[in-house]
Design a protein around this ligand. Structure first.
Ligand SMILES: C[S@@+](CC[C@H](N)C(=O)[O-])C[C@H]1O[C@@H](n2cnc3c(N)ncnc32)[C@H](O)[C@@H]1O
Length: 275
């Protein structure tokens, strides 16, 4: 009888654990700064047991390519109510760290990888001619529906194709946990430099890298039992980012780690450079 009781307790504990893991979804990955509204086990490519073909882990992940990967990300992040004023923030902790002042006082600005479009909307609502580019069709549609009435522009393209195919220049180009984290800097930085007005600012942020794990980092976007969708990102220590920016012709370069509001929590790397 005691054995049966303990078995029931173990099964209940397992069910609760599964619900907690599913509820944390992408936030548990630590790659993203938004909270997911909906998620499934298929979102957890890092999950220690997901490499096994257990029946409850074989839910097909429909992701087939990079835009599709980001579409799923956008569908999973919490929606802000239209009544909430959009904000431009650089860290993963709401209300923490510097804000739009890092961009100076630009009259034109471009965000690389805008996601939900809140930062573009925040600048547009202050009178900046604000634009963004994102590779996810879902991100573009969603941001247009939410924020186009502010006069903000949302373009659908890969950043390198967009920057390489335009003659426009901006006074500020920025990326908050966006495409500057997910694009090879040796390809992206010359394009950004070229499309900034002289004296214009480039600002970016991303999660602090795990110590010792610098440079290009890869992950399977559709999980370990899905299609081979390779998602790459680049992260360095502040000093190395400064060398890379300087090497691409930027001046007044400053890259630092913004510490988290709580001790021992994950920090944010923030970089500012001038053309
Ligand atoms: C982690 S999200 C961050 C979104 C937003 N900046 C934020 O702070 O919530 C990364 C965004 O970058 C976009 N992205 C990633 N790689 C890209 C690329 N090569 N070109 C354009 N957008 C890209 C993704 O579609 C996604 O919307």
């Amino acid at each position: 009888m005691r054995g049966a009781h303990s078995y029931v307790v173990q099964v209940l504990a397992w069910i609760v654990l599964r619900l907690v893991v599913q509820g944390h979804g992408l936030r548990g990955v630590g790659l993203f700064r938004c909270s997911p509204a909906v998620t499934t086990v298929a979102w957890l490519p890092w999950c220690g047991s997901c490499h096994r073909s257990r029946k409850d882990h074989t839910m097909a992940d429909p992701t087939t390519d990079i835009p599709g990967y980001w579409d799923r990300y956008i569908q999973g992040v919490t929606r802000q109510g239209p009544e909430e004023a959009p904000v431009l923030e650089w860290t993963q902790y709401p209300g923490h760290g510097p804000g739009a002042e890092l961009l100076g006082e630009p009259s034109t600005a471009l965000e690389l990888g805008f996601g939900r479009g809140d930062a573009v909307a925040a600048l547009a609502s202050r009178g900046v001619k604000a634009a963004g580019v994102d590779v996810s069709p879902v991100a573009v549609r969603t941001a247009q529906q939410r924020w186009e009435h502010l006069g903000a522009e949302f373009h659908h393209a890969d950043v390198t194709e967009f920057l390489g195919g335009t003659a426009r220049r901006w006074e500020a180009v920025y990326s908050a946990w966006g495409a500057a984290w997910f694009t090879d800097p040796s390809v992206l930085f010359p394009l950004v430099h070229d499309r900034l007005e002289p004296g214009g600012r480039f600002v970016f942020s991303h999660a602090s890298a795990v110590p010792g794990s610098y440079g290009v980092q890869g992950m399977y976007g559709a999980g370990f039992n899905g299609r081979r969708v390779w998602v790459y990102r680049w992260a360095y220590e502040p000093q190395e980012w400064e060398n890379i920016l300087t090497g691409h012709g930027f001046g007044q370069v400053r890259v630092w780690e913004e510490t988290a509001p709580e001790e021992d929590h994950v920090g944010t790397v923030i970089g500012v450079a001038i053309r």
